[in-house]
Design a protein around this ligand. Structure first.
Ligand code: AHR
Length: 837
């Protein structure tokens, strides 16, 4: 069903309920168990027939939470529905949701109650409002009043004389099991509406299960060659975004520390803690022959409180599972020393796996208070797994911190720079923008872990490290200055994304036992948070002569503005009331204070028909002046992408634009292969066709260290010494390098491709700056596709880049070739060619 038809169906249902003319049916609504959410069954002559799942709990962390206990529904007089349920046995909150038709649910809210637990909530309609009743830990009844729209809840009050009937429920037997729930009389039209929805979902599941992997058997009957016509309609063109392909850099799977950030010393700041990763502490990956003494009394900076106290023992660091050094290369070593004026000399060594010294330098220090010392090490041999040794040469007690080793050969030779091979691989994508620094990483694991950009700029010892939601440590050495500089170095627009005043909806419970969004940043702290967002804009764009934030940028070596145009607010959040209240405040303030900034909003973690998607887009359309574009995310099967190629065709052309900020096709293989890449290539031909409403896209995640994966598939895998690009990378690169800003209509038709239209793609774009035209053709079938051109003349031989392979192939690369049959596409092929206008 098309997205924008859904309100129509919803209205239909409400109207049906109101007229109540049709025959009456009975629904039973219940939860089979706490992990399965809310289900519905309809009463037939031979008993209850299960129809499907209506919604599920969105509360708290994956795994331990997302449970629905004791759901209670109320049908309002206008036919709409209210749902409450208990989220667990500990939190002082309940879940509240609203639906017009049982099919479309508004995102859940989790109102807070005054008692320590909120058990067995029940909802009932009053004259102009709703009452929610619950039991506290002692079993005492309490009452809350809720607004008609079910978004505002009063404080709760005791109910000494509560009628126990409030908690009475129906029970019935479904599929042989006795279930607790509620019965409702509805019209047969409403039942039809539900059936239609579940049928639609089931059909969708069937289509999404289609796999190229199964083609050998399923499509064995196809002829060796399919013929079709490729028609180019040169007079039918439209302007499309020239920023369609960018990248999303998230610090996930060791993408930053241990990854793109070129620092070779792990835990350089002695700030690892148990919060980063179970079992970690300030000495993790450091070694000495005696226990390493860690102190905090006289820190280098309050944001960097731990340091090591050295005596005569050698201090070793193993890097990220070894320090890769290359013969002849130079490495910048630096260390902060605090010695109260004592002299201390150090030998600084790089030691190979066989105990051989690969590089050596001696540092003479006489530090009073903290002072930085530096030297250069030149490697005399190559070793993938060297170690660093800091050897004190005198018997003197000294504090050491921020022990650092960088290759001099970083990307563009920058100090505190990026790993050259990885950065160059990313740069070769020619991304038009970079979204950073996350994902879930940016809104964080709980309120205290929200990413504050200002903690990531300035001198390294002053930056504030924090744990990473992906279960490791962020030094913030790769901070906002470095991100912006990288964007500039690769000619990409910066698209920083920061929290919308709420942490990740999957956060674990805080000290008060509240999980998920944890109630959001308290309203009285929101003005300060909004200032923080505005300071970023000033830091990036303002004049250092007049602005203190801009002066920080200039002090870091960049007096010119970074020309930031976009700001992402929020990531995949639950678009509930806690979010919307804060998001609206943020948007209004930025619109008033910095109208030049284009805000990118969020519509949750899934595509239509998710509750967040629906409410997020409703919000965007209710407030067209708040956000320039909104960030959609979906990770789906190859079948889903092949069968939703019209996804953006029905989007309104005016108003908020789309940023498809996270997407990737996957199969059971979990890594990108030719199948996933071709499904993505097909989808991208449709993205180009819809480039008048889709402004940007970015595959996700971008980077993954092989030894430290949090997620699959990823676009680029790497080890300490190697970079492995994937088929997904090839497709992104081809669509980026051969992108344009005008779309020229092409159609493919022919009797033989009738059932396989979804496996064939063509897109012709023009770049008005260069006058070049690029044609992309995709054949995701196991047989040759032979196209005949109409409205297009091609020279006898054509140069192209071609990506092709066995569907399971995870290493396939695009190759350049010259062909005299440019419109004959071998099986499983993406071909890109430049056309002469
Ligand atoms: O891309 C990996 C994760 O997927 C991102 O952190 C999050 O936004 C999404 O759920």
């Amino acid at each position: 069903m098309k997205n924008f038809l859904r309100p129509f169906f919803s209205l239909l249902a409400v109207a049906a309920a109101l007229t109540a003319k049709a025959q009456t049916d009975t629904l039973f609504i219940y939860s089979p168990n706490e992990r399965q959410g809310l289900h519905v069954a309809v009463l037939k002559e031979d008993g209850w027939q299960h129809l499907g799942q209506l919604c599920s709990s969105d509360y708290g962390t994956w795994g331990a939470e997302k449970r629905m206990y004791h759901p209670s529904l109320c049908r309002a007089k206008d036919g709409t529905w209210r749902l409450v349920f208990q989220v667990n046995n500990t939190a002082p909150v309940f879940a509240a949701a609203y639906s017009r038709d049982l099919v479309t649910w508004r995102p859940q809210d989790y109102p807070r109650v005054s008692s320590a637990k909120c058990l067995q909530p029940v909802v009932r309609q009053m004259d102009n409002s709703f009452n929610v009743y619950y039991r506290d830990a002692q079993g005492h009844a309490r009452r809350i009043s809720a607004s008609r729209d079910f978004r505002r809840f009063t404080n709760d009050m005791p109910m000494p004389f509560a009628d126990e009937k409030i908690w009475q429920r129906d029970s019935t037997t479904i599929d042989g099991r006795v279930m607790d729930g509620q019965k409702f009389a509805v019209t047969s039209d409403e039942v039809q509406h539900l059936r239609k929805f579940f049928d639609e979902m089931a059909k969708n599941d069937r289509l999404s299960a289609e796999r190229m992997h199964d083609d050998k058997e399923r499509l064995a009957h196809l002829p060796q060659v399919l013929n079709a016509t490729l028609a180019v309609h040169a007079d039918s063109t439209k302007t499309i975004s020239d920023k369609l392909i960018g990248i999303f850099f998230e610090d996930i799977s060791y993408a930053a520390d241990g990854g793109l950030y070129a620092e070779l010393i792990q835990n350089r700041d002695f700030e690892y803690t148990e919060k980063d990763h179970r079992g970690w502490n300030a000495t993790t990956v450091w070694h000495a022959s005696r226990p390493i003494e860690i102190a905090t009394e006289h820190p280098l900076h309050p944001n960097n409180p731990h340091y090591a106290l050295l005596w005569t023992d050698t201090l070793w660091n193993e890097g990220w599972n070894g320090i890769p050094v290359e013969m002849g290369k130079k490495y910048d070593f630096s260390i902060y020393v605090y010695a109260g004026g004592q002299k201390q000399d150090f030998d600084i060594l790089l030691v190979g796996q066989g105990g051989n010294v690969l590089a050596k330098s001696t540092l003479k220090t006489r530090a009073g208070d903290w002072k930085q010392y530096a030297t250069v090490l030149t490697a005399t041999a190559t070793d993938e797994k060297a170690r660093l040794a800091v050897v004190p040469l005198k018997a003197a007690h000294v504090g050491v911190d921020m022990i650092s080793l960088f290759p001099q050969d970083t990307f563009k030779g920058r100090k505190n720079g990026l790993r050259k091979d990885l950065a160059e691989t990313i740069a070769a994508l020619h991304p038009k923008f970079v979204r950073f620094p996350g994902g879930c990483m940016t809104h964080g694991q709980g309120l205290d872990n929200i990413y504050h950009w200002q903690h990531t700029v300035g001198p390294l010892p002053e930056r504030k490290p924090d744990f990473n939601i992906w279960n490791y440590h962020q030094t913030r050495g790769l901070g906002f200055f470095e991100y912006f500089q990288f964007c500039e170095d690769i000619g990409a627009e910066p698209l920083p994304v920061l929290a919308a005043g709420v942490p990740c909806q999957n956060s674990a419970a805080n000290a008060e036992g509240i999980g998920g969004q944890q109630g959001g940043i308290p309203m009285d702290e929101m003005p300060a948070y909004i200032d923080e967002l505005c300071h970023l804009i000033e830091w990036a764009n303002a004049d250092p002569a007049t602005n203190e934030w801009a002066r920080m940028r200039a002090d870091a070596g960049h007096p010119e503005p970074f020309n930031m145009k976009y700001l992402g607010i929020g990531n995949e959040d639950i678009i509930g009331t806690v979010f919307e209240d804060r998001y609206e405040m943020i948007c209004k303030a930025i619109r008033d204070r910095h109208p030049e900034i284009m805000i990118c909003g969020t519509v949750g973690p899934f595509h239509w028909p998710s509750a967040d998607y629906t409410e997020g887009w409703d919000f965007a359309r209710r407030h067209p002046d708040y956000q320039y574009m909104t960030d959609e995310h979906y990770y789906e099967s190859t079948g889903w992408f092949m069968h939703h190629r019209d996804y953006y065709d029905s989007y309104p052309r005016e108003g908020t634009k789309v940023y498809l900020g996270e997407w990737a096709a996957s199969t059971q293989a979990r890594r990108p292969n030719v199948e996933t890449a071709l499904a993505e290539a097909l989808y991208l031909t449709d993205i180009e066709r819809n480039g008048d409403i889709v402004e940007m896209t970015s595959y996700a995640p971008l980077l993954c260290k092989e030894s430290n994966s949090n997620w699959n598939p990823d676009m680029i895998y790497f080890t300490n010494t190697e970079v492995h690009t994937t088929p997904a990378y090839e497709v992104q690169r081809l669509f980026s390098v051969y992108g344009g800003d005008r779309w020229v209509q092409t159609t493919i038709f022919g009797d033989s491709i009738g059932d396989f239209r979804h496996r064939i793609g063509a897109s012709l774009v023009a770049d008005s700056r260069t006058g070049k035209h690029y044609l992309k053709l995709v054949n995701a079938l196991p047989v040759t596709l032979q196209l005949t051109a109409e409205g297009l003349s091609l020279p006898a031989s054509v140069e192209c880049e071609q990506f092709s392979g066995d569907v399971e192939d995870q290493r396939a690369k695009a190759v350049r070739l010259t062909t005299d049959s440019p419109l004959t596409l071998p099986p499983y092929t993406l071909r890109v060619m430049e056309l002469q206008p």
